[in-house]
Design a protein around this ligand. Sequence first.
Ligand SMILES: C[S@@+](CC[C@H](N)C(=O)[O-])C[C@H]1O[C@@H](n2cnc3c(N)ncnc32)[C@H](O)[C@@H]1O
Length: 275
Amino acid sequence: MQLELSERDYTDFSNLIYEKCGIYLHKGKRELLRARLAKVLRKHDFASVREYYSHLVGDQTGKELIQLLDSISTNLTFFFREPKHFDFLTNIAIPKLIRAKRVGAGKRLNLWCAGCSSGEEAYSIGITLLEKLSDSNLREVSILATDISTRMLNVAIRGVYGEEKVEKISYELRRRYFQKGVKNWEGFYRVKPALREAIEFRRLNLVEPFPFNTPFDIIFCRNVMIYFDKPTQEKLVNRFYNVLSKEGYFLIGHSESLTGIGHSFRYVQPSIYAK
Ligand SMILES: C[S@@+](CC[C@H](N)C(=O)[O-])C[C@H]1O[C@@H](n2cnc3c(N)ncnc32)[C@H](O)[C@@H]1O
């Protein structure tokens, strides 16, 4: 039997989701919400949507909410998505930041991949950095990769991907950064330790205060803010500005823009901004 989602259910759930993680489920997303709730209800044996809602708001641990957000968020991602950004890192951003910060002379390059989903974006950033930096500089780099979804973060931390996910990575890079599975793992690739260890994966909800004040030299937040409304985007963009270093860069998805948002970033090229 199909799950019924009344107007009140839709309003309550979409308000709760908006309040907790900034994701704005407009009316066109009602069917998506209904389908995802039906799945959660089937899995957890709740008798009705109302019973689930009461359970959710009453849960002090926050675990139920994390599970709901996991099921609502869109996690599509892939290795070297929007390749122009990685060319920009290699040819412009990294050389410039190394010069500006004199990495290797005691300063550290800090990158943040905000909304990293299942890890492909963070590993692509890691590969680009490892390729560009000499061995002696590697210790001077740190990559933080965060997402609200614990389910996606677990995939990222595990670092095991099906062949179809890595097939677009050049043979050379695949050989250097991935271990090809054998026997039971045939058809899978595992991220090698040097790359895995270059990245720290952590759960972080972008609408909550950032739990750090380290300035970042490059922030990627691509294809995440599209799910937020303008006021949430504006607040977040300005918070990113505040944690970006003086010479830093801020990268958003190619289909996104900061038009209509009050901010102090300098435009560099489509979807790339500087402080
Ligand atoms: C479409 S994926 C984008 C992944 C990657 N950045 C890319 O461009 O390929 C969007 C990610 O944003 C995450 N997300 C959504 N709302 C979030 C929030 N409030 N805080 C942190 N991450 C969030 C989702 O869990 C999802 O993994």
